[in-house]
Design a protein around this ligand. Structure first.
Ligand SMILES: Cc1cc2nc3c(=O)[nH]c(=O)nc-3n(C[C@H](O)[C@H](O)[C@H](O)COP(=O)(O)O)c2cc1C
Length: 355
């Protein structure tokens, strides 16, 4: 007997991120039928075979069971509403949806990323589902990013930045690598101009991550580790990213941090409202201010955002200096200079300031 319940199985299966398709066909009366499915998978290249599976209880199952053909419409990133429409049993799912005719007049949904027009070659039993095997007869690929689905949510798929190891279409990844190279190369000069120790951070998979340090002659600390993941609510880098990144990218990290602090029994853990107010302040001043615990109470840090050509934050540039030099506010000489240097670096990366 299975050692898990259905919910646990769903959760595990949901962790496998997929694209989203709408499979279409015509019923016995020639009416269009469509259903949202992420069970689509490639099977064979020679002969070209694909599969998808359908619940035996689905209203549209008889139509797919009896039809000799189906079309896999691979949805584009702006078609989540179409996925929703075809995931609900409805009288006229196609109302208001732009379609055109494919082989044997089966409906293709306009605006998709790709299409596979298939002849059904086998139907296999699969527990409470039937597995349909299709031989691909015609394909079409459009220049549209696909919609993704995982953990029960729609997602946007972004090319993973493999940098030098990129195997396909390296240009999108190289832009980020190139930006890292430019920022790293600029750091020594920036450190000299600001006469302050600098940190360069990116938003990594575990949150704000320091990727480079620039020590100065009179460095305030020698505790310079790269790869350090810093707090999204207390560190200057973390606050800078949290203030400027889309909330859906940061909320999980912020909540996890606050929970961890609560569980560690820390007194004065800021509330979410308090953090939000702090982030609004960071945005308003274009600068984050913190007193990082790891450097001691007499050392402060300020962080400024560096934006890329798309206007998205790509780095947090942080200056670490004695508290006496940085002071409390947002308007000191170092603050102004750091903001300026971050803006100049943003421009070098192609960021255009709209005035
Ligand atoms: C993202 C997503 C993927 C889905 N994948 C499948 C699938 O692969 N097979 C399936 O039978 N149902 C799948 N469903 C559920 C069907 O779309 C849903 O049951 C739909 O109401 C069936 O339509 P029908 O009742 O008109 O046949 C999926 C739903 C969503 C939102």
């Amino acid at each position: 007997m299975a050692s898990f319940d259905q919910r646990e199985l769903r959760n595990v299966l949901g962790s496998f991120v997929t694209g989203v398709t709408v499979v279409t066909t015509l019923d016995a009366e020639g009416r269009p039928v469509g259903v949202t499915a992420n069970s689509f998978s490639s099977v064979s290249l020679e002969p070209p075979l694909i599969l998808w599976s359908q619940a035996l209880t689905a209203r549209s199952f008889p139509a797919f069971r009896d039809s000799g053909r189906f079309i896999i419409n691979i949805l584009a990133e702006d078609q989540a509403h179409i996925s929703q429409r075809f995931a609900k049993a409805g009288e006229d799912k196609f109302a208001g949806i732009a379609v055109r005719e494919g082989i044997d007049r089966l409906p293709l949904i306009e605006g998709c990323t790709a299409y596979l027009e298939c002849r059904k070659v086998a139907t296999h039993p699969g527990g409470d589902h039937a597995v349909f095997l299709g031989e691909v007869e015609r394909i079409e690929l459009r220049d549209r990013k696909p919609l993704a689905f995982g953990g029960g949510r729609y997602m946007l798929a972004h090319a993973y930045d493999l940098g030098a190891f990129s195997i396909d279409k390296p240009s999108s990844g190289l832009q980020h690598v190139e930006a890292v190279r430019i920022a790293n190369a600029a750091l020594p000069e920036l450190g000299q101009r600001l006469d302050a120790m600098l940190g360069l951070s990116v938003w990594g998979n575990r949150g704000p991550t320091v990727i480079n340090w620039e020590p100065t002659r009179n460095a305030v600390t020698h505790d310079l580790h790269t790869g350090l993941v810093v707090s999204p609510v207390f560190s200057a880098s973390g606050l800078t990213f949290a203030a400027h990144l889309p909330r859906e990218m940061t909320c999980h990290h912020i909540q996890a941090e606050l929970k961890m602090l609560h569980e560690a029994g820390m007194s004065n853990v800021p509330s979410l409202e308090h953090v939000e107010a702090r982030l609004a302040e960071v945005r308003a001043h274009g600068l984050a201010h913190s007193v990082p615990e790891r450097f001691g109470a007499d050392i402060a840090a300020i962080g400024a955002p560096v934006f890329d050509h798309r206007g998205r934050i790509i780095f947090a540039l942080t200056a670490i200096a004695p508290s006496s030099r940085i002071g409390e506010g947002y308007e000191g000489a170092l603050q102004t200079a750091l903001r300026q240097e971050a803006a100049t670096l943003s421009q070098r990366l192609g960021h255009k300031v709209i005035v």
